[in-house]
Design a binder for this molecule. Structure first.
Ligand code: PGA
Length: 256
């Protein structure tokens, strides 16, 4: 596992969620992406397709541009967990990154206590946990800040000081994710990264906290990606819909 993504190199994570609908389409997306002349000098790019596509999709890939991630991982290592994917299985497919605590999984009932176990298991198996946090709504009284703070504290429970730099945190408010929504504006993203860093400083001290990569996710597209990176001053992006269109996604990568 890389200690962390260098601050100059952005981390771009493609979250394919439960799409596309067929292996045929998944292969088409990946083969179009491979044909694009992508120079990854400025970023690390991680593809997170549904696990059922992994073996067929990546079996012959020998390139260095694309790294692989999964969208969820079991917090346990042993047999009796129907429907789950273990860390050992993921590692067998060269998975290096694990998205944990995505809003859509939290909505299914995954709580921060389970999420913290998943983070610790991911670290134990030397993969990089990509912890998603974010408020559901924004209120006028700033309650959402308390909500976010508690979510971060609970999700990182038991993660030690010498481990925190290996965790990637994505600020991804629920109200900015998905069709019909808009990305958070760049200045607010910047404010939220400072807020998250302050929480990390109080939990882990300045030195470790300031080395944690903070990404943004929620309605990122080819138009807003550069502004978010530059004015939002984040270390990378988590991209849903726009990562399923290989033309849009490669446009984003080329811009970066
Ligand atoms: P979106 O999804 O880019 O389609 O808004 C982002 C995510 O849910 O990770």
């Amino acid at each position: 596992m890389k200690k962390k993504n260098s601050k100059n190199k952005k981390l771009i994570i493609a979250n394919w969620k439960m799409a596309p609908d067929s292996l045929f389409e998944a292969k088409k997306i990946f083969s179009t992406l491979k044909k694009k002349k992508i120079n990854s000098r400025n970023f690390t790019v991680v593809l997170c397709p549904p696990v059922v596509y992994f073996s067929e999709l990546f079996k012959n890939y020998r390139g260095k541009i694309f790294k692989f991630g999964i969208q969820n991982l079991s917090h346990e290592d042993d047999f009796a967990h129907t429907g789950e994917i273990s860390a050992k299985m993921a590692k067998d497919f060269n998975v290096q990154y694990v998205i944990i605590g995505h809003a859509e999984r939290r909505a299914l009932g995954e709580d921060s206590s389970l999420i913290s176990k998943k983070i610790k298991n991911t670290l134990k198996h030397k993969m990089t946990p990509v912890l998603c946090v974010g408020e559901i709504i924004r209120d006028q009284n700033g309650e959402y800040l308390k909500f976010l703070e508690q979510q971060i504290i609970d999700s990182l429970s038991g993660v030690k000081k010498n481990q925190i730099e290996k965790v990637v945190i994505v600020y991804e408010p629920v109200w900015a994710i998905g069709k019909g929504h808009k990305a958070v504006n760049n200045y607010e993203i910047y404010q939220m990264t400072i807020f998250i860093k302050k929480i990390l400083v109080s939990l882990y001290g300045r030195k470790s906290a300031l080395n944690v990569s903070i990404l943004y996710g929620g309605s990122v597209d080819a138009e807003n990606c550069l502004g978010i990176l530059e004015e939002g001053r984040v270390d990378g992006l988590l991209i849903g819909r726009a990562s399923l269109n290989p033309f849009t996604f490669s446009d984003i990568l080329k811009k970066i």
